[in-house]
Ligand binder design. Structure first.
Ligand SMILES: [Zn+2]
Length: 305
């Protein structure tokens, strides 16, 4: 009776640790001023319509890590982004990041299939938004297998995981840590304490969530909660930037390699129209996995994968 939970815990520990120890892209994070990034995964429409609107009111921008295979997919409790949302993300100065095309499970998916889904997402973005490119990545659902981590590093300036902590001192650009807001949505003080800790140690806190609405899924939060955290982040004196822009401030872009030429977004926290870092030539959940799996199953009936 006790074996299964113990094995399950060991498996989770192994998954968390395995990739973090190998195929690292070492980088020391020590900004002169603390950094905070707001990121949304998948992404549900409310992340832009409500979450993005809140960021706009504070004059800052965030990241939308998109699985383009989820375009137009809807569940009663959650509507995913539509085509116009992609251009709106960029117009508002946010960054579009890659989350694989079909929201592939980072551990369970074969390395080649995972890499193909990244390339498929890149191709799809190029068709949907002319000239746009993904420059950063977030791992869907859980940490990657070590060989998957090694295989995809060349495509991005950095890759973001989870871990419920901030980044400071020696870090790994191939697996940066993030703090998922929904895990503390009944304990907002824990998030505020982390923001304050980030201020004191001058680190880079990457916050993450999914939907932002009055009746959020277990993987999102309410607009009130989100706005309270954005206000707290602003009050902390941190620079609030999309991930690629934060990398530029940190000087990390010079040591990063991607498979395509790139230009970084403008400095500073004020979003400007059509200045997203996505352009080159022009200006965890088992329940969530099941939800995304249902969306993906529908998607696979319509699109080649
Ligand atoms: Zn996801």
């Amino acid at each position: 009776m006790l074996v299964s939970p113990i094995l399950s815990r060991f498996r989770g520990y192994y998954q968390r640790k395995a990739a973090s120890l190998v195929f690292r892209r070492p980088f020391v994070i020590s900004p002169t001023r603390p950094l905070i990034s707001f990121t949304f995964d998948d992404f549900p429409r409310s992340a832009l319509l409500a979450g993005g609107a809140i960021l706009n009111r504070f004059g800052v921008a965030g990241n939308y890590y998109v699985s383009l295979g989820l375009l137009n997919k809807n569940e009663p409790s959650e509507k995913m982004f539509i085509l116009d949302d992609l251009t709106m993300v960029l117009k508002q100065g946010h960054e579009l990041g890659c989350h694989t095309f079909s929201h592939r499970h980072s551990w369970e998916t074969d390395r080649r299939a995972f890499e193909e889904s990244i390339l498929q997402n890149r191709t799809a973005l190029g068709k949907l938004v002319a000239g746009a490119q993904f420059r950063t990545f977030s791992y869907p659902i859980c940490p990657p297998r070590p060989l998957t981590k090694a295989a995809i590093a060349k495509y991005f300036l950095c890759c973001r995981g989870g871990g419920q902590t901030l980044n400071v001192g020696p870090t790994d650009l191939n697996q940066l840590s993030a703090f998922f807001l929904e895990k503390s949505r009944h304990d907002i003080q824990a998030v505020k304490d982390l923001v304050d800790h980030n201020r004191r140690v001058r680190g880079w806190l990457i916050l993450a969530t999914h939907d932002v609405c009055e009746t959020p899924t277990p993987f999102g939060c309410t607009p009130e909660f989100f706005e309270d955290i954005v206000q707290c982040a602003v009050n902390s004196g941190a620079q609030i930037l999309p991930v690629a822009s934060a990398l530029e401030v940190l000087g990390a872009h010079a040591s990063s390699a991607t498979t395509q030429p790139k230009r970084l977004a403008s400095r500073g926290g004020t979003p400007r129209a059509h200045t997203s870092g996505n352009f080159v030539d022009s200006d965890r959940h088992s329940k969530r996995a099941m939800f995304i799996g249902r969306l993906r199953a529908k998607s696979l009936r319509c699109t080649a994968d």
